[in-house]
Design a protein. Structure first.
Length: 258
């Protein structure tokens, strides 16, 4: 499908695997020029090598570092000459309840996925304003439906959703589109770890463990990274430009709150 993204330039964080890697693949297929960013440099290089060299830039970056965001933006501008979009996808948070999790766990959860996103968006904003570009924040369904063991994840994602709404208001005056996606259960390495853990705890095989997790989630199926990637591309395309400050629950029906 031609979504009008040919020649558009952007940054995708958390691009070394899972949802981030799928987003990059979809953008490149649409003719986009993409800087791949992640902490895992070897995985990142392998993902970059999957695509035409002219369309991608491998840029290892740890957004917890003070100058990482500005270096990432500068590298993109030096290679491609402009910046049209940012997909803020990096970061995870440790699972556990209040008494299991340490101060360090809380700090780590917010460091990349919240403060790292803020640093990148701040560095990119003047260039996105100049290009009339867009931002897609990948948050998560825990931001709207809290759980005991996802207390850090829920807090971080809720903060990201609030940030999305705040930035979208400024984006109206600056001409920058800002939206967020809440993925539900997606087939990633992290989900595979959940399946393995459920398999051990329940004493069942992986297939039955996945059925249990699906039923527990309330979704009608487990999603694939490509489900999120396609939505990201739509949001960044001319067809998605009427959406501003939208929070989209791409979670197979898991979220039932208004």
């Amino acid at each position: 499908m031609n979504l009008g993204l040919n020649g558009k330039v952007g940054i995708v964080t958390g691009a070394s695997r899972g949802i981030g890697a799928a987003i990059v693949a979809e953008l490149v297929a649409e003719g986009g020029l993409v800087t791949l960013a992640a902490r895992e440099s070897e995985d990142l290089r392998q993902q970059t090598a999957r695509h035409a060299a002219a369309q991608v830039l491998c840029c290892p970056a740890d957004l917890r570092e003070a100058d990482a965001a500005s270096r990432l933006v500068a590298a993109t501008l030096a290679r491609f000459g402009k910046l049209d979009f940012v997909v803020a996808n990096a970061g995870t948070a440790k699972m556990g309840d209040l008494l299991e999790l340490s101060d360090a766990d809380w700090q780590e959860g917010f460091a990349t996925k919240f403060f790292g996103h803020i640093s990148l968006i701040r560095a990119a904003w003047p260039h996105l304003r100049a290009s009339g570009g867009g931002i897609v924040v990948i948050a998560g369904s825990a931001g709207r439906t809290p759980s005991t063991r996802g207390v850090v994840t829920g807090a971080v994602n809720s903060a990201l959703l609030n940030l999305t709404k705040s930035l979208s208001a400024q984006g109206i005056s600056d001409g920058v589109q800002v939206n967020a996606i809440n993925p539900g259960p997606i087939r990633t390495a992290r989900f595979a770890e959940r399946v393995a853990r459920a398999s051990r705890n329940l004493g069942v095989d992986a297939i039955e463990a996945e059925r249990h997790l699906l039923k527990e989630s309330g979704a009608f199926r487990i999603g694939d990274p490509e489900d999120i990637a396609g939505l990201v591309c739509f949001l960044l395309s001319p067809r998605g430009r009427y959406l501003q400050g939208a929070i989209i629950d791409a979670d197979g029906g898991k979220t039932r709150t208004l």
